[in-house]
Design a protein around this ligand. Structure first.
Ligand code: ADP
Ligand code: MG
Length: 286
């Protein structure tokens, strides 16, 4: 556990941002559909001063990656875990909270609301708690619309936007609440390659300014290595972390994802991760 200096100069322990202790999830327990999706998942993400980590997660299909994110999000139907404990900043989670934002692969905006209404939505719900006036909500939402590159599109409905633009709405909607933790479940998988690279660049820019801890599930090894400062490889179901690649070079602000992803040093890391991933794919079911 990290320590921080308190006002008296002594060291105070700081709770990790997220901690999973021996977490398992069994769906449909006691029925013929019983399935163990996660088994003994243990990890701890320390609260680093002035920055969040970006953790990318790779693993075979059906190994429990979404289950892990959904448990951490506290989503009904997956939450709670079957065994173990999940802490966010030292507290057991009790359900969803605005400290944890989620962005899904499928564009998760409200179809009957404009871009601005979508981005304002969470702010309006939390208006009293966040002590916001209507004017402040509008300004904050417009600011986020601008940050994700949608200025001029604020009065459009999601169906009038491209896939990449819709995903920008979802990102703005989540980040407007300033979540300490951002959960992204294959957020760019449905996008074409140029849009995907553009979104990777956007995420890096936002991440640098936002200081959130991000968990991003992807099936692209290049994306995992490019975005992650740690890459986790999950085993086949029941999922657990079998390999962690850490201290990966961080994407620089303003850098072109295409340029970086073509460099031999980048490709060497991708090859190393791919080799480990293949070993998991070939392994017998645990
Ligand atoms: P992935 O790693 O592909 O994201 P998931 O976490 O979505 O995998 O799913 C892991 C396993 O758990 C899958 O076999 C899936 O069918 C099962 N599963 C996921 N959610 C549920 C649920 N709500 N009810 C029953 N089974 C589920
Ligand atoms: Mg999934």
């Amino acid at each position: 556990m990290e320590n921080i200096l308190n006002q008296g100069g002594g060291l105070l322990p700081v709770a990790p941002v997220v901690e999973f202790k021996n977490v398992s999830k069994i769906f449909n327990m006691g029925t013929s559909l019983e399935f163990k999706a996660l088994d003994g998942l243990n990890f701890r993400i320390e609260d680093l001063p002035r920055r969040g980590e970006l953790i990318t997660i790779l693993g075979p299909s059906g190994c429990g990656k979404s289950t892990m994110l959904n448990l951490l999000a506290g989503f009904h139907g997956v939450y709670p875990q079957t065994t173990g404990e999940i802490f966010v900043r030292g507290q057991n989670i009790k359900g969803p909270g605005k400290d944890r934002g989620m962005v899904f692969q499928k564009y998760s905006s409200f179809p009957h609301m404009t871009v601005l209404e979508n981005v304002s939505f969470g702010l309006k719900i939390n208006k009293a708690e966040m002590k916001l006036s209507d004017a402040e909500i509008r300004d904050m939402a417009m600011d986020w619309v601008g940050k994700v590159g949608l200025a001029g599109h604020e009065h459009k409905y999601p169906c009038q936007l491209s896939g990449g633009q819709q995903q920008r709405v979802a990102i703005a909607r989540s980040l407007a609440l300033k979540p300490r933790i951002l959960l992204m479940d294959e957020p760019f998988s449905a996008l074409d390659e140029p849009t995907r690279l553009e979104m990777q660049r956007l995420l890096v820019e936002l991440w640098y300014s936002h200081e959130a801890t991000v968990f991003l599930v992807t099936h692209s090894i290049a994306e995992a290595v490019y975005l992650g400062d740690r890459v986790w490889l999950f085993s086949k179901a029941p999922g657990k972390i079998v390999k962690e690649f850490n201290d990966l070079p961080l994407p620089a602000q303003g850098e072109s994802p295409i340029k970086r992803q073509k460099e031999p040093s980048f490709q060497a890391i991708v090859d190393e991760v791919a080799e480990e991933f293949m070993k998991i794919q070939k392994s017998k079911k645990e």
